[in-house]
Design a protein around this ligand. Structure first.
Ligand code: ZN
Length: 86
């Protein structure tokens, strides 16, 4: 995937992450770095991103920067979280 990790944009230790697309009732696979994959674990996407903001400001910052110019499920949730902060 161009741009590396789907979440933070890193190109180090990329793996496949299985994301459950609830609306579609299925599972899609995205490329994610090992650090994001391990951090996310079995958390739901929005749950993980909120968790990061509280517990891992380094990764949260990387993801916010990487998602700035994107438009996908991750960037949408990031924007929602950021709006609530203001
Ligand atoms: Zn990552």
């Amino acid at each position: 995937m161009p741009g590396g990790c789907y979440y933070c944009g890193s190109s180090i230790n990329l793996e496949n992450d299985h994301v459950r697309a609830k609306s579609k009732g299925g599972v899609t696979t995205v490329v994610a770095c090992a650090a994001c994959n391990r951090s996310k674990g079995s958390k739901a996407l929005s749950e993980w991103l909120r968790w990061l903001r509280e517990n891992d400001s380094y990764r949260w910052g990387r993801i916010v920067l990487n998602q700035e110019k994107r438009n996908n499920r991750v960037s949408q949730i990031v924007r929602t979280i950021l709006k609530k902060e203001v």
